[in-house]
Write a protein that binds this ligand. Structure first.
Ligand SMILES: *Cc1c(COP(=O)(O)O)cnc(C)c1O
Length: 216
């Protein structure tokens, strides 16, 4: 058994419907996803387009697939027919491309704008001013719905810093009336994220065990 069933049950109890659990299954084999599916999990998150498409083809059709990685514009077309929510949108150009491909599939695709909250330079995301600009432009796009924000805190043992970053994102989230999804929190920091107001957590290694190769 690759899935830690106790941890899954415990996690669901802890989240207590305050937050949707997205099981981050990148790099993990189909059997692991199926096992978690059989326990009732329906929301899965993937970072790589090809891997997502391959898994979607073989796994049950009632899965909600979340794209949580850095999506390249030229690959939007592969996920547009089925993706449930795209978490990491960090430019207007990407949002426009998603709008275009969603239109071709007669869909409205839900998206989260990724905000840069970490002190680290390497994390993708928009600043508050850019966010406002993208939100203005997004109002004219008919086939995407910006339903909230996503952010990643610093990879740090400084819990005060992590808490402060999540709280900042929550404040920004509160400024937009139509938002319903605040995606923040991973295996190492989800408790802090929920305290700060997250309603969607993306959890991988806690459920599936450590990954064999590092995350982009
Ligand atoms: C890999 C990944 C996660 C899950 O990370 P864990 O620490 O394994 O829970 C969450 N969010 C994003 C954007 C990721 O790339």
């Amino acid at each position: 058994m690759a899935i830690n069933k106790e941890k899954y049950t415990f996690l669901l109890a802890e989240l207590d419907s305050k937050a949707t659990l997205v099981a981050v299954s990148k790099t993990k084999p189909i059997e692991d996803l199926q096992e978690l599916y059989d326990l009732g999990q329906r929301d899965f998150g993937e970072n790589y387009v090809q891997e997502l498409v391959d898994k979607e083809t073989v796994l049950p059709k009632d899965i909600h697939w979340h794209f949580i990685g850095h999506l390249q514009s030229n690959k939007v077309k592969y996920v547009a027919p089925f993706v449930h929510l795209i978490h990491g949108v960090d430019s207007l150009n990407l949002l426009k491309e998603i709008n275009k491909e969603a239109g071709k599939n007669s869909r409205v695709i839900d998206c989260l704008l990724q905000v840069h909250i970490a002190t680290e330079e390497t994390k993708f995301g928009l600043g508050a001013t850019e966010l406002a600009e993208v939100m203005n432009a997004a109002a004219h796009l008919k086939n995407v719905r910006v339903s909230g924000l996503m952010g990643m805190a610093s990879f740090s043992s400084d819990l005060k810093l992590v808490r402060k970053e999540f709280q900042e994102l929550k404040l920004l989230y509160n400024q937009y009336a139509g938002f319903t999804i605040l995606s923040m929190g991973m295996s190492g920091d989800y408790s802090i994220a929920i305290e700060a107001g997250s309603n969607m957590v993306r959890i991988g290694s806690l459920l599936f065990g450590e990954r064999n190769y590092p995350v982009k």
